[in-house]
Unconditional design. Structure first.
Lengths: 113, 114
């Protein structure tokens, strides 16, 4: 079956530090990959996505590249801000599963001023 | 109201109570979902409705009973819950399952079972 494994948190960084949150996946086909973000007290919001190998998704300074050879989709940001403090979820969707998403456990990020 | 709304935002209930969670989407979508979010666990998909018909039920205990009276509203009826059912319950909506469309999430209902 499909699964998503995320780097364990919590992650604590100082403002302007470099961020990496690792995500690897297991899938039987050719999934689309997603990062969702959940700010305190809110639901999940789509942050970025990539639908095929070597695609790079980007949004709000965050980037992730779909690496089929390593089955990975690591999230990166060059300079984090306090406002980036949130929980980040990696997810995949198989071609044959419609809009059904498989999520990782989530990684809590705290950015200190 | 815009997007996906959920009420109540917080709920505390005893194990013998009956309560309902409500979700409403204002996006013109025709598929709706219930997820359970527990600490340190991946989101668990509970139910999927497409055009008001249940298309997926992931072995959820019968103490959770969904209802989708129309494409804009989704309910989760709760009865005789257990303390381990305490979690954040998230509703989402999208265009029809089977299409490559993004899911939009509500803010969730924080449920505590005492």
């Amino acid at each position: 079956g499909n699964s998503v494994t995320q780097m364990e948190g919590p992650v604590t960084l100082s403002e302007e530090a470099f961020l990496t949150i690792n995500c690897t996946y297991t899938a039987t086909g050719y999934p689309s990959l997603f990062w969702y973000v959940q700010y305190p007290g809110e639901g999940l919001q789509l942050l970025l996505k990539a639908t095929k190998a070597d695609d790079k998704g980007s949004n709000k300074g965050f980037e992730a590249t779909y690496r089929k050879e390593t089955t990975s989709f690591h999230l990166e940001k060059g300079s984090v801000q306090v406002s980036d403090s949130a929980v980040y979820f990696c997810a995949l969707r198989e071609e044959t599963s419609g809009s059904r998403l498989t999520f990782g456990e989530g990684t809590q990020l705290t950015v200190n001023p | 109201e815009t997007g996906v709304t959920q009420t109540p935002r917080h709920l505390v209930m005893g194990m013998t109570n009956k309560k309902s969670l409500k979700c409403e989407q204002h996006l013109g979508h025709n598929a709706m979902y219930w997820y359970k979010q527990s600490a340190k666990k991946p989101l668990e998909l509970m139910f999927v409705y497409s055009l008001e018909e249940r298309v997926e039920n992931n072995s959820v205990p019968s103490r959770f009973s969904p209802e989708c009276p129309n494409s804009s509203h989704l309910f989760l009826h709760l009865h005789t819950l257990q303390p381990e059912d305490s979690a954040l319950y998230l509703c989402a909506s999208s265009q029809l399952p089977g299409q490559n469309y993004e899911q939009y999430f509500g803010p969730g209902t924080r449920l505590t079972v005492t």
